[in-house]
Design a protein around this ligand. Sequence first.
Ligand code: AMP
Ligand code: GLY
Length: 432
Amino acid sequence: MNVLVIGNGGREHALVWKLKQSPKVERIFIAPGNPGTAQLGTNVPIAVEDLEKLAQFAVENQVGLTVVGPEVPLTLGIVDEFKRRGLRAWGPSKAAANLEGSKVAMKEFLRRHNIPTAAFKIFNKAADAHAYITEVDGPLVVKCDGLAAGKGVTVAKTADEAHAAIDRIMVAHEFGAAAGRQVVIEEILKGEEISVFAFCDGRNAVLLDYVQDHKQVHDGDEGPNTGGMGAFSPVPGLVRQKDEDEMVRRILVPTMSGLLHEGRPYVGLLYMGLMLTDGGPKVIEYNVRFGDPECQALMLRLKTDLVTVMEACLDGTLDTVDLDWHPGVGICVTLASGGYPGKYPSDVPISGLPATMPATTTTDQAVVFHAGTKEKNGQLLTAGGRVLSVCALGSTLDEARARAYAACDAIQFTGKHCRRDIGKRTEARKAR
Ligand code: AMP
Ligand code: GLY
């Protein structure tokens, strides 16, 4: 079967690497891909938003399975568009992807189905939002309705910060006029924040092993938030059995059945951002795709054939699939451009990448996925804030870390920055 993967980040490179291991895959195309994916398949210069061209390409190249990495094409309806043409695309429909596309629609969905979440109000006029913030006069969370590349949420400690967030979203339209037409204002939840991933086939959901991201740019969770500075899996001690059971019963099952009953069954990967509060797990957000860099750490550990899992999602037969995980530890360290997540230079030459890329998971070699790179006259250059995802598997956390950081140290580019404490949270938790 020919496979098309949509996207161009570290997540998509990891998906391509894992899909290519499947005996079911003949050719693999990536739109638009990056220099890393070009080593594993054929990059196709079509933008992720160009649904028409992507579908046409899939028809012309007998693509049997299209795997959608990022949220934007999903919220634009790529899965529906492909279905109309008799093509199979793995991911949620436009209606189901609206869980990530609109915070307002997501909160209303949670309320309709009595799924635990932060108490909230929705506003469509800046003046009303300001009046409410003045009335509460305390910490609040302000959320822009539409997609805002991860920047639309302000956890405001003071009313002044909340007022400023309303002005940025609804008056200055920092995230665009449509995304800023409505805002959600909600209570701050306290507890440990976790991400839970599940493969879904519309009716059944299968939890993946736990994985944790490191969002802040500096060690010890200091500094501004980023797209993700690293991840590790599994995460021992993160979720007690009681919390997992409650999460499945009160969140995952009602989410699946709520969407099914609303005529928009969820197919693909559901990413639940949860807070483990004193009152049990509560939904902070849903994402309708894999996390990046969580996906990279997970793909290193997943033993099950990914094509088989994705086909089961599409066929509604996930209940016949068991996920098999490498028992060791997978870690992913992001090598970022100097200055990220603020301003950073581009086109900086990169050297020192491992000469070979292991074709399958092995415990003796690091696996380097490309995130923000490009190639010019045979020279690899930086082309983004997050440049490379340096991953390794080990039988212990220390082994995985040593292997990944040795590869990180060998790679050179001016301004290179990474966190040195990826995975260390496990020890902090043990010490608690
Ligand atoms: P979101 O895009 O909704 O995930 O929000 C981004 C980040 O803001 C989350 O990962 C949380 O760390 C934080 N956040 C969002 N909503 C809340 C909340 N109600 N209470 C505390 N933190 C929150
Ligand atoms: N790593 C967080 C995300 O992909 O949203």
